[in-house]
Structures are given as structure tokens and as C-alpha cells.
Design a protein around this ligand. Structure first.
Ligand SMILES: Nc1ncnc2c1ncn2[C@@H]1O[C@H](COP(=O)(O)OP(=O)(O)OP(=O)(O)O)[C@@H](O)[C@H]1O
Ligand SMILES: [Mg+2]
Length: 367
């Protein structure tokens, strides 16, 4: 039995998700978890961090390190567990830049591990993506290794995460895991919710706004025409393809005039792109979609997904004892544990890397 703590800050810039996990062989239990929201102004700065000059970027790395360290300590305090009982912290960091297809491939996650180690007194594993890039991979996705380890020995299932971007890993007994980004997740929904509420809302809580609007089926067909959806996996995407400009073009005048309709259409489309992508590309039809990420809490999105993915069943990962926003940090806790043990935590065929590696760089515990 081993305890590990995972930290994650995702593309939505919503906050730091932390999970304290107990691992025992091939089973795990999330003992405590929390998403600590960023202050609105800080989240805004984080979204524009790729434009910062070196001094500001360097300072941001330290600030995020402090915030991650705090998030870890706060979670341990809440769980009533002394830091010394934790074997390792796995920290994904916050991605400021990801350019695996650039002339010089690179990726940059901030949140200084030395600061996290200093504040918590624990060893920290970070920079998981870098090693994959150095080994010729795209630096993502890294979660399929976790999905395979904990869900790979059952029926065919789609491990669907709905974060800023939606991504899936199809796993099952006898199946080589297939992973890819299905398309937009919460990031565009958040954008429309912010516009519809003139900045009052950060996201469409429980999918309330989307439920009030009318779905424009013709716009759904236009959105689905994006060439990304026809590309065979493995593939990944981000805001460079799915952004406000694209949405404005596809939704037409209703984009600005009837925000509730725009949100209803986009929310439906987000579920549609997931269900259709699985029909198109899953090596075998999944019996179940196990959904994680903040998108699980959007009821309208989950209802659409349930009807569109049938006959596959759609279930939140909470049914398997993992709170929806704790999956990613829990996975990084596990990846870090493997690094510490010197064991492979990598599925190179899902990223395009040359061979299996032990991902992650370690900052040791203080002597
Ligand atoms: N109660 C809720 N109702 C609707 N949506 C919610 C709710 N709570 C969270 N969300 C959505 O979840 C998002 C955050 O999800 P999550 O933390 O999984 O994404 P992320 O940080 O972008 O991670 P990733 O790296 O996977 O993209 C929020 O931006 C919001 O859209
Ligand atoms: Mg998040």
C-alpha cells in the first residue's frame, strides 16, 4: 500500500486539481481531492502566458510552484494525513506552450518542482511530457498508460475525458489501446457561457443555459465538416483549430444574437463529436463510455452523450470511485509512483515515441 499525491492544472485554467490516492497493486482509492479555483485575474494571465517575456515567465514558474505546493499541503491537511506518509508527488504543471510539430519540437509546463519539494518536504516528479518529446513522441496523451493499467483488463471501454479539449482512450482485454483527441471539450462552452452572461459566469453550471436554448441542426452539420474530424487517429488538437473565430463562422448570426441557442448547439455538438468519432474510429465498439473531467458536471452535455452514444452506456468515472476532476491528478500520482520505482509509465504507440520510456524528472526529498 502506497500513498501518492497528484497535481494538475488543465487547459481551461480553472484551477489546480489535486488528488491524494492510495495504491494497492492494481487497485486505487482516492482518499481526498479538491479543485482549488484560480482567482479570475490570475486565470486570465495564465491564458495569455505564452506571450510573456522570459523574466515574467520565470516568475510565473515560481508562483505556480508556490500555488501547487499550497494545494498539496491543503489537501493533506484536509485529509488529516502527515506529509511524510506520502511516497511522492506527481505534478503535471501548467502547459504554457505545446509545440510537438514545430521545427524544433518542444513543450513547456510551469510550476517549479523544486518549490513544491521545498514547501512539502516531498520528492516531486514533473516534466512528464518532455521525455516523450525527446524520444520522438508528441508529448501527449499520457493518460492511456493509466487507463490501460486500471481499466485495460475488462470489456472494451472508452475512457473519455472532457476537459478543455475532449480526449479518449479505447481500452479492453486483448486490445491495443487507441487514444486521440475527439475535439472541443469545455473550452468553447466556457467561452460562450462567459459571453452569454457578460462575464458573470465562468462556465455553464450544470448545463442550465444550454438546456434553455434551441439546437440548430444545420449548424451542427457545419461544425462536423471540420477536416479534423476526418483525420484518422492518433491525432491531437487545441485552440489553434477550435476557437472563437471558427465558432462564429459556423454558428452564423445566432452566435451573437441568441447566446442560449449558440450554447445549446455547441453543447449538443460537443457530445455529437465524441459519439461520432468513437463510431468512426474505435477499433471495436465500446460497451461503455467512462467519462471524466469537469464536463461530467454539465448535465445537458451528459444527457446528449447518453442518447448519442447508445447502445454504449455512458457513465461517470465516479461510479468507479474516482471523482470526475480527480482522474487526471490521480493518474499523475500513479505515473510518478512508477517513475520512482523505475518502471515504465508510457505507451509509446499512443504518442509516436520511439520506445517505451520512464517519463518524468525527479526532484528528490531534502536529505
Ligand atoms: N458544475 C459544473 N457544471 C458545468 N461545467 C462544469 C462544472 N464544473 C466544472 N465544469 C467544467 O469543467 C471545466 C474544467 O474541467 P477540467 O478541470 O477537467 O478541465 P481542464 O482543467 O481544462 O483539464 P484538461 O487538461 O483535461 O483540459 C470547467 O472549465 C467547466 O467548463
Ligand atoms: Mg482543470
Amino acid at each position: 500500500m502506497t500513498l501518492a499525491l497528484g497535481l494538475m492544472s488543465g487547459t481551461s485554467c480553472d484551477g489546480i486539481s489535486a488528488a491524494l490516492v492510495r495504491f494497492h497493486g492494481r487497485s486505487l482509492r482516492v482518499l481526498a481531492e479538491q479543485t482549488q479555483p484560480y482567482a479570475a485575474a490570475f486565470a486570465q494571465r495564465l491564458r495569455q502566458a505564452d506571450e510573456l517575456a522570459a523574466p515574467a515567465l520565470s516568475a510565473l514558474n515560481m508562483t505556480l510552484g508556490e500555488l501547487f505546493g499550497h494545494a498539496a499541503l491543503r489537501l493533506l491537511k484536509r485529509a488529516g494525513i502527515a506529509p511524510r506518509r506520502i511516497a511522492v508527488i506527481g505534478s503535471h504543471g501548467h502547459t504554457v506552450y505545446h509545440g510537438p510539430r514545430d521545427r524544433i519540437p518542444s513543450t513547456l509546463q510551469l510550476g517549479e518542482p523544486a518549490v513544491i519539494a521545498e514547501r512539502t518536504g516531498l520528492p516531486v516528479i514533473a516534466d512528464f511530457r518532455m521525455r516523450d518529446i525527446a524520444a520522438g513522441g508528441g508529448g501527449a496523451p499520457l493518460l492511456p498508460a493509466f487507463d490501460e493499467a486500471f481499466f485495460g483488463n475488462g470489456p472494451v471501454r472508452a475512457m473519455q475525458n472532457i476537459g478543455g479539449i475532449a480526449n479518449v482512450a479505447v481500452v479492453g482485454r486483448g486490445l491495443r489501446p487507441l487514444a486521440f483527441d475527439t475535439g472541443p471539450g469545455n473550452c468553447l462552452i466556457d467561452l460562450l457561457a462567459q459571453q452569454a452572461s457578460r462575464g458573470r459566469l465562468r462556465f455553464d453550471a450544470d448545463g442550465h443555459l444550454a438546456r434553455r436554448g434551441c439546437i440548430d441542426r444545420r449548424a451542427v452539420a457545419r461544425l462536423w465538416r471540420h477536416p479534423y474530424f476526418r483525420l484518422p487517429p492518433p491525432k491531437s488538437t487545441g485552440r489553434e483549430l477550435f476557437n472563437a473565430a471558427w465558432l462564429r463562422d459556423m454558428l452564423g448570426p445566432r452566435y451573437a444574437a441568441v447566446p442560449a441557442d449558440a450554447l445549446a448547439t455547441l453543447t449538443y455538438f460537443t457530445a455529437y463529436a465524441i459519439a461520432e468519432s468513437l463510431k468512426r474510429f474505435a477499433p471495436k465498439p465500446p460497451r461503455e463510455l467512462i467519462v471524466s473531467g469537469g464536463g461530467v458536471r454539465n448535465r445537458t452535455l451528459m444527457d446528449h452523450l447518453t442518447s448519442l452514444a447508445a447502445p454504449a452506456r455512458v457513465r461517470s468515472i465516479e461510479r468507479y470511485g474516482i471523482p470526475a476532476q480527480a482522474k487526471e491528478p490521480a493518474a499523475f500520482a500513479w505515473l510518478a509512483l512508477r517513475t520512482l520505482q523505475g518502471r515504465v509509465n508510457h505507451l509509446p504507440h499512443t504518442t509516436g515515441a520511439r520506445r517505451a520510456r520512464i517519463l518524468g524528472a525527479m526532484t528528490p526529498r531534502a536529505p
